[in-house]
Design a protein around this ligand. Structure first.
Ligand SMILES: *Cc1c(COP(=O)(O)O)cnc(C)c1O
Length: 383
């Protein structure tokens, strides 16, 4: 990096850029949320992005290095970096429709004469700020729901497969129905017996190897969630399908393409992930949970308990049940926290059930006590 660039970076680090841009400072105890700016990028990713930003590279070579890096981190044959996990889903689905046929790639979303049905369990048809169904169907594919929202059975998947089936998409997320769905192993067994590839959307999952090991042909991740990389999506899996996904950059993938800085940033984030001190990170998160728990324990207005991550990521959150007798409910308390200075954003999907969660995974030093004190102050406790 040029020295003047280094100086500019150092100067920026001194001030809170949010103030410069006229933005309110915000403490994220919600989780890795796209709407809040995803995650804290790891320093290795920031450094790699800054270092490559002013250099020229042969992009095909860089893509190849990235493929090697993804393969090493995931155990896949190959990998590919695109704009987001949603892009990764779209391009992976497109790969199963077109293969590497260039004319078919250039023709999408016109799928005449191509396999274009995508099987998804009804309980997996989630939304993440956009709908999974639309993310799939913008290729020209058509989603064929399997089973009902409360149950999917093996025959319902098996009998839905025919000559127009392109692939199945399996979603791993707290947002799916966590009840009577088919397991990944079952979906893979049924689909593979009929030659149908399985794409796993594991956007927010820490496990980089397990889904491929359990039979997935392709698994896709967000680079900007737990990995702490730049906004991006990672495709990992079978070499022919990954090549076909990348080839979509000559078609519908063009508007989803990433530049050298994103690729370098994701590669650095993947390396940092492998080298991270998971025990120390977990201990830091546990310390925040303990602090909040201690602080809130004496209050009759709320009741707290630690809850495990619903999809088995190695983390816990603090669930805060708000008693209506306090004059607050979970919604009004979450809103009051968000309206304060700095704005504190809790994990508020389930305020209708009387609680919100505090997620300790995206805290800067010194922020956990701010959250504790604000909660205490709002609930009538000082100190
Ligand atoms: C976040 C998320 C996505 C979308 O990821 P982006 O990288 O923001 O496009 C897709 N699927 C699931 C399950 C998610 O949690």
């Amino acid at each position: 990096m040029r020295p003047d660039a280094q100086a500019a970076l150092a100067a920026m680090a001194q001030t809170d850029i949010r103030t410069t841009l006229g933005l309110r400072p915000l403490i994220n105890v919600s989780g890795t949320m796209t709407v809040l700016g995803a995650s804290i990028m790891v320093p290795q990713a920031i450094a790699a992005m800054a270092a490559i930003a002013s250099e020229f590279v042969d992009m095909a070579e860089l893509h190849q290095r990235a493929s090697d890096g993804v393969a090493q981190a995931t155990g896949a044959q190959a990998g590919f970096i695109t704009a987001s996990c949603a892009s990764a889903i779209t391009l992976s689905v497109a790969a199963t429709i077109t293969g590497e046929r260039r004319l078919a790639i250039e023709r999408l979303p016109d799928v005449r004469g191509l396999r274009n049905e995508v099987l998804v369990q009804t309980g997996h048809l989630v939304g993440y700020g956009a709908s999974l169904q639309q993310t799939i169907e913008m290729t020209g594919a058509r989603v064929v729901p399997v089973g009902t929202v409360s149950m999917a059975q093996p025959y319902q998947l098996d009998e839905a497969i025919h000559e127009h089936t392109a692939c199945a998409v399996f979603v791993v997320s707290h947002m799916t129905v966590q009840y009577a769905m088919l397991a990944l192993e079952q979906v893979c067994a049924i689909c593979h017996a009929r030659g149908i590839p399985v794409i796993v959307d594991a956007a927010s999952e820490y496990d980089l190897r397990g889904f491929l090991a359990r039979g997935a042909d392709i698994v896709v991740y967000s680079g900007h969630k737990f990995l702490g990389g730049p906004t991006s999506g990672i495709v990992a899996g079978r070499a022919d399908l990954v090549r076909a996904a990348r080839a979509q950059n000559h078609g519908i993938g063009r508007g989803m393409k990433v530049g050298k800085e994103t690729i370098a940033g994701v590669m650095a984030a993947l390396q940092a992930w492998e080298l991270r001190d998971a025990a120390a990170i977990r201990a830091r998160e546990d310390a925040a949970l303990a602090l909040w728990q201690t602080h809130l324990q004496g209050l009759v207005a709320v009741q707290c308990l630690r809850v495990d991550d619903p999809t088995g990521n190695p983390l816990q959150r603090l669930r805060v049940h708000v008693h209506p007798a306090s004059g607050w409910n979970a919604r009004s308390l979450a809103d009051a926290l968000a309206q304060g200075e700095p704005s504190i954003r809790v994990r508020d999907y389930q305020t209708d059930l009387g609680y919100f969660d505090l997620d300790p995974c995206n805290l800067h030093d010194g922020e956990a006590p701010v959250v504790a004190h604000r909660l205490g102050a709002l609930l009538g406790k000082t100190g």
